[in-house]
Design a protein around this ligand. Structure first.
Ligand code: FEO
Ligand code: CA
Ligand code: CA
Ligand code: CA
Length: 659
């Protein structure tokens, strides 16, 4: 979800007109050239770098010094860069096609109704592709590379972009009419996930609408709690006295695909869906405060009592989990795997360790919250799918402490160890998991700048942590060195002995993001990075089959960075390390999620989320954007169609490996 509060921080970061768009995408000056030009104009240093923030970073001066050494460094990528900028359309690197594969409202089943934005219904939405696609995963079918299941999270809904006739503008701001029950039910059906078969026909991917495994999961789908919290008194409700049966999953942000081919949906900003007030003196008061519950962003609780904590006080303890879906059975009941903890789960990317145990990396996306990993107790069996189906119910959850000397420790969240005892209110492992954040507080975990997706590289024993930003940071630590960190950074974790189950490791900052030509920003992209290649606010990441890192962003805008969000290819190896280049950019108002390279690397699937949500600060619109007055009508560009979040398949013209 875009964090509106982050905007308008570093307006100075926009490149000067003199550095503005050129025509030849390969002839752009590198950041080294731009920085050199700046310093010769301004005079060397001149006090402009005196801020406390810069002292803790690698400065542009240091990068300049490394310029010669890096010149000619071999990048793992070879494509002509896209020009960074802002407009109503999306753009991909020359020589590639970006084809819209699935839009909000598209049929997921052959018998689904056609999308009619003026006459939406819950029943129609339950059969159609949901809103705000986020995580994208590809699960090959029968080993075929041109046939597979696409699994897609639908994180949340933007009512002002979805529904006609509900917005009024007062003082230049959008006001949305109170929700009706019908609207709430459509919103609930637009949440969750989609599982849909896709096939490549003549080099282009197509959805297969009559495929047997196609499925919509929504905020009403029946699920089970499993693992240590299942049945605990703190998850029992009046509708579920056993504390095992939950309806729906919400705010599924990033996610994962397990080595055994199940689909992971991570529940992130669950606090927004609850309203009301806890009964006086209720035991969950502190727990909910730590999670920001209730925020009342949605009005579901007015029509569904379980989202009103005054009426159903334990319901929020049934959300904030990692959900696992068996995609091979369209009637399977998804499991909320409580052993992986309860917090604002961004994603759950996994890797098989040397000894066969499986490790899941988990970010808790909140300012000053933590980086986690879960190590299964059992081992992955590649020859017996069924034997892996409950691996996520037993294992150890760890939280990360990043030390000043570049070492790190993974601290186990195990009941009875250290401070995690009855004395501190943890009667059992279930209590530790329900209040994961408080347990991690007591262990002394390192407070981070909003941990988003964490992507392991199976070949190197390293993992990449996207830290999107934290404009409230007024006390630095070594792993989060910038105060008022508007543009975020990426940490590389090096697990001890390249063993993903290790409880110790080392860490380095791969990149501090933002405009490298503005000294105060303290960005550390390599000098080979062009003015198109730098970015702010990393969010999702992928490692492709060749071990190359791809990063997508959430929060770049005309006023923040003078560019939209997009997908950047980032070198991590050799002299090119820290070089980034722009591969794809989204229409105004959108963030980019997904990225999912196909196993054969001929396709990059990406998810364009909340296009048209913004544009006030873009000269092409310059006012609030809503259903009747949109900053873009991507991807259809039809007057009778609203803007539509969509999954895009990027392929190379004439075939072959992308990027
Ligand atoms: Fe849903 Fe942390 O982004
Ligand atoms: Ca985000
Ligand atoms: Ca995200
Ligand atoms: Ca990822």
């Amino acid at each position: 979800m875009t964090d509106l509060r982050q905007s308008q921080i570093f307006r100075t970061s926009k490149l000067e007109e003199a550095d503005g768009p050129g025509l030849n995408p390969t002839g752009n000056p590198t950041m080294g050239d731009i920085i050199a030009a700046r310093f010769s104009r301004r005079g060397f240093l001149k006090g402009s770098m005196a801020s406390a923030a810069i002292a803790a970073t690698v400065s542009p001066i240091a990068i300049l010094a490394a310029d010669e050494a890096r010149a000619g460094a071999a990048s793992a990528f070879d494509f002509p860069e896209v020009e960074a900028g802002v407009d109503a359309d999306h753009h991909v690197a020359a020589g590639h096609d970006a084809d819209v594969l699935l839009r909000w409202g598209d049929k997921v089943f052959a018998d689904a109704p056609d999308f009619d934005p003026a006459r939406q219904s819950e029943a129609a939405q339950e059969r159609q592709f949901g809103y705000n696609n986020d995580f994208v995963g590809f699960i090959p079918l029968e080993g075929a590379e041109d046939r597979g299941l696409l699994v897609v999270n639908h994180e949340y809904t933007n009512e002002h972009l979805m529904f006609p006739g509900i917005v009024t503008i007062a003082d230049g701001k959008i006001a949305v009419a109170d929700a009706t029950e019908e609207r709430v039910n459509i919103e609930m059906a637009a949440h969750g996930g989609t599982i849909i078969e896709i096939r490549k026909v003549d080099g282009k991917w197509q959805p297969v609408l009559d495929a047997p495994l196609n499925r919509r999961i929504t905020a009403k789908t029946e699920m089970r709690l499993s693992g240590p919290v299942a049945g605990h008194e703190r998850v029992r409700t009046s509708e579920d006295p056993d504390g095992t049966r939950v309806f729906g999953t919400i705010n599924n942000c990033a996610g994962g695909v397990t080595p055994w081919g199940t689909y992971i949906m991570a529940e992130e900003n669950i606090h927004g869906y609850f309203l009301g007030e806890l009964p006086e003196g209720h035991r969950e008061a502190e727990n909910y405060k730590r999670m920001g519950i209730p925020a009342g962003d949605y009005q579901w609780g007015n029509f569904h009592r379980r989202f009103d904590i005054g009426q159903e006080p334990n319901e929020p303890n049934r959300f904030g989990w990692v959900v696992e879906v068996d995609v091979q059975d369209p009637n399977s009941i998804p499991r909320k795997r409580t052993a992986l903890g309860r917090f604002k789960h961004e994603g759950a990317e996994s890797v098989v360790a040397k000894d066969g145990r499986v490790v899941f990396y988990l970010g808790d996306d909140e300012r000053f919250d933590y980086v986690y990993k879960f190590v299964t107790a059992g081992r992955f069996n590649p020859d017996d799918r069924a034997a892996n189906m409950d691996l996520l119910d037993k294992g150890t959850l760890y939280v990360a402490r990043f030390d000043e000397d570049g070492s790190m420790e993974w601290l186990p969240l195990a009941h009875g160890q250290g401070p995690l005892t009855a004395e501190n209110g943890f009667e059992s492992q279930a209590d530790v998991l329900i209040e994961t954040r408080r347990a991690a507080d007591l262990l002394g975990a390192t407070p981070m700048d909003r941990p988003e997706d964490i992507q392991p590289n199976p070949e190197t024993g390293r993992a990449y942590v996207m830290l999107t930003n934290n404009t409230k940071r007024d006390e630095a630590n070594a792993a989060n060195p910038r105060l008022n960190n508007a543009f975020g950074h990426i940490i590389e974790i090096l697990e001890a002995d390249q063993d993903f189950t290790a409880t110790t490791g080392r860490w380095e900052i791969l990149l501090q993001c933002g405009d490298p030509s503005v000294a105060e920003v303290g960005a550390t992209f390599s000098t080979e990075t062009t003015k198109n290649g730098w970015f702010g606010m990393p969010d999702n990441a992928a490692i492709d089959a060749e071990g190359r890192l791809w990063v997508s962003t959430d929060g770049n805008s005309p006023s923040d960075t003078g560019r939209t969000d997009g997908l950047w290819a980032v070198d991590t190896e050799g002299a090119a390390r820290g070089t980034s280049r722009l591969f794809y950019r989204v229409p105004v108002g959108a963030e980019l999620c997904g990225p999912c390279p196909s196993p054969d690397m001929t396709t990059m699937f990406v998810a364009v989320q909340h296009p048209g949500d913004g544009g006030d600060d873009w000269e092409g619109h310059g006012r609030p954007s809503y259903y009747e007055d949109l900053s873009t009508r991507w991807p259809d560009f039809r007057d009778d169609m609203p803007v539509r979040p969509a999954v895009v398949a990027i392929t190379r013209q004439g075939g072959g490996r992308i990027g």
